[in-house]
Design a protein around this ligand. Sequence first.
Ligand SMILES: Cc1ncc(COP(=O)(O)O)c(C=O)c1O
Length: 391
Amino acid sequence: MSVRETEDAYLVPSYTKLPLTVVRGEDVWVYDEKGEKYLDLYSGHAVCGIGHSHPKLVKAISEQAGKLIFFSNAVYNDTRAEAAKLLIESAYPGSKSVFFVNSGTEANEVALKIARRATGRPRVIAMENGFHGRTIGSLSATGNQKLRDDFPENLSNLTDFVPIGDFDTLEALMGEDVAAIILEPITSVGGVRIASRKYYDSLRELCLGYGTALIFDEVQTGFGRTGEMFAGMHWGLEPDITTSAKGAAGGFPLGCVILNEAIASAPAPGEHGCTFGGGPLAMAALKANLEILKEQKLVENAREMEIVVRDVLGAIPEILAITGKGLLLGLELECPAKPIVQGLLSRKIIVGGCDRPSMIRLLPPLTVREEHIRMLADALVEALAVAKQGA
Ligand SMILES: Cc1ncc(COP(=O)(O)O)c(C=O)c1O
């Protein structure tokens, strides 16, 4: 049996997969089983921000594996201590402490639980096109109604959904019973959207006024993706709780829940736990990831490459708009995105789609350079022309 036949036979059929087998990766490139190389402008789902299999990350994980693969949070560990300190120093200035988990949805579960515990309130306000994960708590705050309706036992009866950027509707729903407002500061899965600076400022003020926790889900936007270490830094404001995952450890599973001073004492000892959270391998990967982002100035590169993308791709007439920030960018097309994503794949370039049918998502490794963006532009022009002929 081929790799594809074997996976199809033995794995739960949960995912719609690209017709591609990836066996190796290096920087912005991944290779299939025949050694053919593909330009990955999707970072394996917004994860490998430092590029695939970065040598420093490989070394850090290998050395840690040789020293200690695992011991739980029942003991202290040198690598965990160093990684946690480095993370808090790189996060929002008001950040006080971090709780480590293993994924994005788990981070949001914990954040919502802590916000409810800290405020003693039940309700949550979330965004209509927000995405926070697929476990029951995170699903309850995920905007996509179809996903929630498939599992009606979720807590969305305690959640109000509002369009991102619409402050008046949000303010009208606010009350003394709202534990948290949760949002991706720049939405991604539901379509790449960003609100005005005034909106984020007003949101911060509103939460302070009501004693409501502001949760930024930075599972995608964290760790330099948008051209700042965390997205709220673009507007000089900070949430009470930051969740992050994907780009946190260069591809090693890791989720983080970062608490600011005001909320840090809310979870009482013993109230929450996570066996694998903060395991030494994940911590070695987090530390190496943070060091690489700094040494290679990758957050700065994300800012510079956004300008290149806007210059080079903005000149293509079939691209109606480019939304987002840094290297979390949506290309709004005048035609459906799906055939273009497929057309790019047949030209050996990987990009993403999203819930918005006419949008392509670019989430390349933060190591991407102008030559790669020009390769994308050439392939896009070809794929768009083929789609036009077929229309
Ligand atoms: C903004 C956001 N939050 C949460 C999640 C869930 O993360 P995970 O798949 O690691 O559970 C995702 C995944 O795409 C996401 O984009």
